[in-house]
Design a protein around this ligand. Structure first.
Ligand code: ATP
Ligand code: MG
Length: 369
């Protein structure tokens, strides 16, 4: 029996609560089988928190996240809160969590599962078996650097300013996450930047090389300009194993990689913090999709990305590789059996609802275990 772990569940808005409901089925099953044992807390975030408490990330939620061994996050936002001023938007809920917990490394796998090869925007041969991991630095760079803002110049014209700032420590810690991951995969890191035109890019390349030489000489390292990486992702994606990128380039490259797989409703993500002196590490797991207001409440969302985020949580926060694999296999088997939620519907397949997808995953788990 595995010891009690503290898990904080934050369903959020839109389809968040719907897909989270299906994860709870999976967790219940694992607890019944005594494969895991969690102390589960639930909290408010995003629009749900604004409605109940007036802020997108109440202190109580933040404290619970700090105490938890891992956070499973749904999604936030929706038309109901669109008119709020910028500083009060539901999206600030996740931003506050990331910042306060120091979640600096965003891991986004882009995987093409065999049954979904035809869903990709690329030819089947180009993407069959695709398995890339993108490590996006997520607390620094151009989204936070100063000066920033919209100002007026001497001629009364507006100028918009953003500044990319990276310290060597910020680059090094993101690089370590990427190298560490590569060792558990196919041992290759492609570090992306624009060292040809950006000073922060020059430093990025230098620091990644230094960390590589000093700590990870056994891992293959390749440097690639970010624009070239975008092109290579579209033409020969299988050359990549782990891609390391800044906050901005990682944002773009990971969306591109997700599009290659053709299934927004399938892709999970993890965001990790630094390892603390006591050995603990904050981590938050969430699907890459948003709250999908257009389909919320209809019971047709694909819960796979949320369920696979839970698999990542098992692997990354609790080292439960075997249990994580079980969950991933169960999802894949449901798809292989010809069942599809609306977002990944293909000709000749059976269209199923969000809850039937969740039930089917549990049915497959029963067969695997
Ligand atoms: P955000 O800004 O929060 O990332 P977004 O507006 O970019 O949100 P999503 O909320 O991810 O986008 O939705 C984009 C499209 O994908 C919508 O049409 C939505 O219905 C669909 N979609 C997203 N997630 C799922 C899912 N799990 N299952 C089915 N369809 C989904
Ligand atoms: Mg989006």
């Amino acid at each position: 029996m595995i010891a009690n772990k503290k898990l904080l569940v934050l369903p959020g808005d839109g389809i968040g609560p719907e897909v989270m409901h299906e994860v709870r089925r999976v967790i219940d099953w694992m607890e019944q089988r005594r494969l895991v044992r969690f102390e589960i807390g639930e909290g408010l975030v995003g629009g749900a928190a604004i409605d109940a408490e007036g802020v997108p990330c109440p202190d109580r939620t933040l404290e619970a996240a700090r105490e938890a061994d891992a956070v499973l996050f749904g999604s936030v936002g929706g038309p109901k809160w669109d008119k709020l001023p910028f500083e009060q938007r539901p999206e600030l809920g996740i931003l506050r969590l990331r910042k306060e917990l120091g979640l600096f490394a965003n891991l986004r796998p882009a995987i093409v599962l065999d049954p979904l090869v035809d869903a990709s925007s690329l030819k089947p041969d180009v993407v069959r078996g695709l398995d890339i991991m993108i490590v996006r630095e997520s607390t620094g760079g151009i989204y936070f650097g100063e000066p920033r803002g919209i100002h007026t110049d001497a001629n009364g014209k507006r100028i918009g300013i953003d500044t990319e700032v990276y310290s060597e420590d910020e680059i090094a810690r993101a690089a370590r996450v990427a190298f560490d991951l590569a060792r558990k995969r196919r041992n290759k890191v492609t570090s992306t930047e624009k060292a040809n035109v950006m000073q922060s890019g020059r430093l990025w390349r230098a620091v990644v090389s230094e960390v590589h030489k000093a700590e990870f000489p056994d891992v293959e390292l390749e440097h690639m300009y970010a624009d070239n990486a975008a092109m290579q992702l579209c033409s020969r994606p299988k050359q990549f194993d782990v891609i390391l990128a800044s906050n901005l380039f990682g944002d773009v490259l990971s969306d591109l990689a997700a599009a290659l797989t053709g299934s927004l409703g399938m892709l999970p993500s993890a965001t990790l913090g630094a390892v603390q002196p006591d050995g603990r590490r904050h981590a938050l797991y969430e699907p890459i999709h948003g709250s999908a207001p257009d389909i919320a409440g209809k019971g047709i969302a694909n819960p796979s990305a949320q369920i696979l985020s839970f698999a990542m949580l098992l692997r990354w926060s609790f080292g439960m590789e075997e249990q994580a694999r079980m969950v991933e296999q169960a999802v894949e088997r449901v798809l292989a059996g010809g069942m599809r939620t609306a977002d990944i519907m293909q000709p000749g397949m059976a269209r199923i609802s969000c809850s039937v997808m969740g039930e089917s995953v549990v049915r497959e788990l029963n067969k695997i275990a």
